[in-house]
Ligand binder design. Structure first.
Ligand SMILES: Cc1cc2nc3c(=O)[nH]c(=O)nc-3n(C[C@H](O)[C@H](O)[C@H](O)COP(=O)(O)OP(=O)(O)OC[C@H]3O[C@@H](n4cnc5c(N)ncnc54)[C@H](O)[C@@H]3O)c2cc1C
Length: 455
């Protein structure tokens, strides 16, 4: 009989079986995590991905966040690479909708045609806002695409595995422990990428962090909506529409102007609401309360629009997202903390390894200060909450993951610490993979810095 390897961890008294060992361990199978895993695997590393749920995608599937945005600077596409593979694959299935190039400009006609797909540049003050390259997609297609990419790249996937403790020796991370139905399991690796969104690994490993908090949202979908009739009513009877829409938004109690958006499935709309303040996205009590409140509020809106909003009379409640939509919890305080001014002023960094919209992310913002061989990617990256609020959309999170995967493989190939990887090599490989590392600043970038470190 084969002897099972076990390890001891100071937090527990029992031996813990080692169920996997790989070059790179990715904790969290959301958009940043899958991007990191695929990127590391393609650069020659063996990779294990741990995910607590039964599906991959995080907010992009379980959270039912269904528009990819923040990919353009004006009309120039600046986020590509692995996110583009997702788009192409989902498009082939008819499960991603992108406005064609000839429709990407500002006009009343394009606004009416496209704004209910959520593909307008909502950062622009001008009205109507321009239609841009952005993508409305289906959550199940996202899950399938994630699984297929994992399988094709020989990544060792372990679903239903809830990370619980980092294994750290002398400041060096050696792997992680997770909780499963059959007990605790250890996964060892030379480099760990924390893509849990809530900084679970870095926090457990002793890295510094800040506590952010913002609204949480239980997104939901309605089916059998006559979207043509809804749009006719909106534009042909604007006063009546405004009155009903105001009341709908009052009932849901927290919604953007465009609270319903079309999806690739005809008649199915997603409602990015209700937004609920005051909940801590890592507190069990708060997350439980948010389920009650979110579902009560979505039913209130549903009953109202069924009775009152033309186009919604025969709609059905298709259901709420599997996960409460959490935007911000713990945030790394890493080698560099991106500030709101950096994002707003489009500050360029010489060690920029990825970007979103018109902002740049320095490599240092993915690295914790104390723990070695750990890197992070995704919404918990090292930024002030006010900076993260403007820079945490799905595509930039994926670009961070792609850069982190490259960095991990470079560190292993060169046998150096991940913090010592030369950012220019990550930039070069990002370009080779079809991604924009932000090494060539756009004309509207400012503050051509150097290695400024804010302690
Ligand atoms: C309601 C809402 C609307 C939004 N609207 C948009 C939008 O329109 N467009 C856009 O681009 N972005 C939008 N965003 C932002 C965007 O969805 C997120 O910032 C982004 O998806 C974060 O990706 P991530 O991979 O960093 O984190 P997540 O998607 O949160 O992924 C983290 C993954 O780690 C897993 N995980 C967590 N803890 C553990 C653990 N302990 N053990 C194992 N696995 C773990 C999770 O299950 C998950 O799969 C929105 C967000 C919300 C909440």
């Amino acid at each position: 009989m084969n002897k099972i390897n076990t390890i001891r961890h100071p937090a527990f008294t029992d031996d813990i079986p080692v169920v996997a060992e790989s070059d790179v361990v990715v904790v969290g199978g959301g958009s940043a995590g899958i991007s990191a895993a695929v990127s590391a695997a393609r650069n020659g590393s063996s990779v294990t991905v741990l995910e607590r749920y039964h599906h991959l995608g995080g907010m992009a599937s379980g959270g039912m966040v269904l528009v990819l945005d923040d990919m353009v600077n004006g009309q120039e596409i600046v986020v590509s690479g692995i996110v583009d593979e997702f788009v192409q694959r989902m498009k082939k299935e008819g499960m991603a909708v992108v406005p064609p190039e000839e429709d990407r400009f500002a006009s009343e006609e394009m606004w009416r045609k496209w704004s209910r797909w959520g593909v307008h540049d909502f950062h622009q003050a001008q009205r109507p806002q321009p239609i841009v390259y952005a993508v409305a997609f289906d959550p199940d297609a996202w899950k399938r695409t994630s699984l297929n990419l994992v399988r094709e790249n020989d990544i060792n996937l372990r679903l239903h595995s809830w990370f619980s403790e980092a294994i750290v020796e002398d400041g060096l991370i050696k792997g992680v422990i997770c909780q499963t139905k059959t007990g605790r399991e250890a996964i060892l690796g030379n480099i760990v990428i924390d893509t849990s969104g809530d900084l679970d690994v870095a926090c457990s490993a002793g890295a510094d962090y800040d506590q952010g908090q913002y609204i949480v949202t239980t997104v939901f979908r309605l089916s059998n909506v006559d979207t043509d009739e809804a749009l006719r009513f909106e534009y042909e009877e604007p006063e009546a529409f405004a009155k009903i829409n105001r009341e709908a938004r009052r009932i849901i109690g927290g919604a953007w102007e465009m609270w319903w958006l079309k999806t690739p499935i005809p008649g199915v709309v997603w409602c990015n609401c209700p937004h609920m303040p005051g909940y801590d996205g890592i507190s069990v009590g708060d997350l439980t309360s948010a389920e009650y409140e979110g579902r009560d509020r979505m039913m209130g809106l549903f009953e109202f629009v069924r009775k009152n909003l033309p186009g919604f009379e025969k709609s059905n409640m298709l259901g709420g997202a599997e996960q409460v939509g959490v935007r911000t919890t713990r945030m790394l305080k890493g080698e560099y903390v991106v500030t709101k001014e950096d994002v707003v002023n489009r500050r360029y960094f010489s060690d920029s390894v990825c970007r979103g919209r018109d902002y740049y992310t320095p490599y240092r913002a993915l690295l914790p200060k104390k723990v070695e061989q750990l890197i992070v990617a995704g919404r918990h990256y090292s930024a002030e909450p006010d900076a993260q609020k403007r820079s945490r959309e799905i595509p930039p999170c994926m670009a961070q993951g792609e850069a982190a995967g490259i960095a991990a493989s470079l560190a292993l190939q060169e046998d150096i610490l991940i913090r010592d990887v030369d950012a220019s090599k990550i930039q070069k490989q990002m370009r080779a993979q079809g991604a924009d590392p932000g090494d060539i600043p756009s004309a509207n970038a400012t503050g051509l810095d150097d290695q400024v470190v804010n302690a």
